[in-house]
Design a protein around this ligand. Structure first.
Ligand code: ADP
Length: 556
């Protein structure tokens, strides 16, 4: 091999941090935080905290010094149980900058599962939001490797015994820090899958993976983040690196707005307007709520004025076509579906249809806008049938989706069984079933475990849900398999109505689906109307709970 003359420059998170403070010192990081409780409604009252990339930098340096002073060094795991805010952002940068691993823990899990994760990851320090501080004694007992507890945000009732306040932890530290040498391949961050089946599995991200993922996110072939944007990531920062936004925004100097606990539609609309947000990112359920709120305000004659907002990036679950059309037709907002997972940092594909595309054929445009999108630069996709033969793109056939690339996990942390089950010849098997068009446009059909196997044929629960959620009487719809003596499994539709007095009949819904090209044999056999569909900790439909609830369901 003839070696190149290029420098062996390491791709590391400190280089993103340094760029942000030098190039975009005045660009803002806004956090909407609870500042009290409304005595009448008991709802938290939002207050705005404002800082900039310039002002954040010395605090990150102080945090680096405090971590080093607490004995944290290369490879150590440092856990966060934190809301979206500037403090979590500071941890995102400081922990990897001392060579340690920022482990973002899902705060919505039961405390027993949190303790399992903290113990499995062998975290040494826990940065914990004040609202969860009461859990410290329990965590201390069940995750004994954690020696230091640092509380984020004020604790008016006093700190739990042995815990340190975050501002005290960093306050007396110098505002300069010399980074240790960091190899781009070393771990910088860690997330666990949400454990919908079995115990959560750990994924370790590297400096290199985060840097390349951020760089790719700047491309218009992916997210097109740039310094003129104001981004509101409504996705929690513990969910797959906050979809990369903290790093991507810093790399390009985009303004960021963090909503902590204020993720309801009214507060989203309010702070989008007040802060001039251009892009919101979250799971579909967040946007179903936002759509209702925008529709309500419009029909009440007091529409929300959101002149800056252009794009809604929707990921984590399939985006219903009706949502794409409703936002576009009624509110002039462009929906951009994206697909990824904990194991993919997370961005795998993004739908890159632009607002002006297919201007002469709106229906075709909405069809195209509903796809999961095309692979990011540097990421490769592959489809396989059940015998592991490759399926050609453009064949129309669906199969298991495999992926590889510099920010795709090659194993699970200390979990050889799960690793062996998912790694095949350098590819990661996603567990999703998809189709890929000749031009590389991918569409998730379903998770393999959610597909309904009816008489040897597959029925996509996602397809049925997306069509049903376009029905004017339906707010939310989840479709699950129930046992059938002849066909093995048949679909059951579980429906939340907009108005419980306006319940469509089975015949109405069959007619509605048949009109939308659903085949007769794919129609749900029955519907159940419920007040609420259970959700996962990140707001996706929790089908496991529905399957449990309806496990003895008898089809007529
Ligand atoms: P969890 O398994 O806890 O939901 P992830 O957040 O990693 O953890 O979820 C990844 C999965 O979410 C994917 O494998 C896929 O099934 C689903 N998903 C993510 N984005 C999309 C999308 N745009 N369309 C359909 N499904 C999606």
């Amino acid at each position: 091999m003839l070696e190149s003359t290029m420098m062996d420059y390491q791709l590391t998170i400190p280089s993103i941090l340094e760029r942000a403070r030098r190039l975009y010192p005045a660009q803002e990081i806004v956090s909407v935080l609870p500042v009290g409780v409304d005595p009448a409604t008991k709802a938290p009252i939002p207050g705005v905290h404002r800082t900039t990339y310039g002002k954040t930098y010395p605090r990150v340096m102080q945090l680096c010094n405090a971590l080093a002073g607490a004995g944290v060094s290369s490879g150590d795991r440092v856990a966060t149980m934190a809301l979206n805010s500037y403090r979590h952002y500071e941890l995102y940068f400081a922990v990897p900058s001392v060579g340690a691993v920022c482990h973002m823990v899902n705060i919505r899990l039961p405390v027993e599962q949190i303790c399992y994760i903290l113990t499995h990851a062998e975290d040494r320090i826990l940065f914990i939001e004040n609202v969860f501080a009461a859990q410290i004694p329990h965590i201390r007992q069940h995750a004994p490797k954690i020696k230091t507890f640092v509380v984020l945000g004020p604790c008016p009732g006093g700190l739990p015994e042995g815990a340190i306040d975050y501002e005290t932890f960093i306050g007396a530290q110098p505002t300069t820090f010399t980074y240790p040498y960091i190899d781009e391949r070393q771990a910088s961050g860690m997330c666990y899958t949400s454990g919908t089946t079995g115990n959560p599995k750990g994924v370790l991200y590297s400096h290199r993976a985060i840097t390349l993922h951020s760089l790719a996110s700047l491309s218009t072939e992916l997210l097109g983040v740039n310094s003129r944007e104001c981004i509101m990531p409504i996705v929690p920062m513990f969910h797959v690196n906050g979809w990369g936004y903290p790093y991507t925004c810093a790399m390009t100097g985009a303004k960021q707005v963090y909503m902590s606990v204020f993720t309801d539609a009214k507060n989203i609309a309010r702070f989008v307007a007040e802060e001039g947000v251009t892009v919101c990112a979250g799971v579909p359920t967040i946007f179903l709520g936002l759509l209702d709120e925008l529709d309500r305000a419009k029909s009440a004659g007091t529409p929300h004025q959101l002149p800056t907002l252009g794009t809604l990036l929707i990921g984590g679950s399939a985006t219903p076509r009706s949502l794409v059309a409703a936002f576009s037709d009624r509110h002039n907002l462009h929906v951009k579906p994206a697909w990824g997972m904990t194991e993919t940092t997370p961005l795998g594909t993004v739908n890159t249809v632009q607002p002006g595309d297919f201007a002469d054929d709106r229906e075709h445009k909405y069809d195209r806008m509903t796809f999961s999108g095309r692979p990011s630069p540097l990421v490769e996709l592959r489809l396989e049938d059940d015998d592991r033969n490759e399926i050609e793109w453009g064949s129309g056939q669906s199969g298991r989706l495999l992926i590889r690339g510099p920010w795709i996990t090659g194993s699970y942390y200390h979990n050889p069984e799960a690793t062996a089950a998912t790694q095949h010849d350098g590819w990661f098997d996603t567990g999703d079933i998809a189709t890929i068009d000749a031009d590389g446009t991918m569409m998730i059909q379903d998770r393999a475990k959610d597909l309904i196997k009816s008489g040897g044929e597959w029925i996509s629960s996602v397809d049925l849900e997306n069509e049903l959620m376009g029905h004017p009487a339906i707010r939310e719809a989840a479709v699950i398999a129930v046992a059938h003596p002849k066909w093995d499994e048949r679909p059951l539709g579980v429906i939340v109505l907009r108005d419980t007095n306006q319940s469509p009949s089975k015949a109405d819904l069959d007619h509605y689906l048949l009109e939308r090209a659903v085949a007769k044999w794919q129609l749900p056999d029955a519907y159940e109307f419920v007040d609420e569909i259970p959700k996962t900790t990140v707001g996706k439909f929790l089908k496991r709970a529905l399957r449990e609830k309806f496990k003895d369901y008898k089809l007529a």
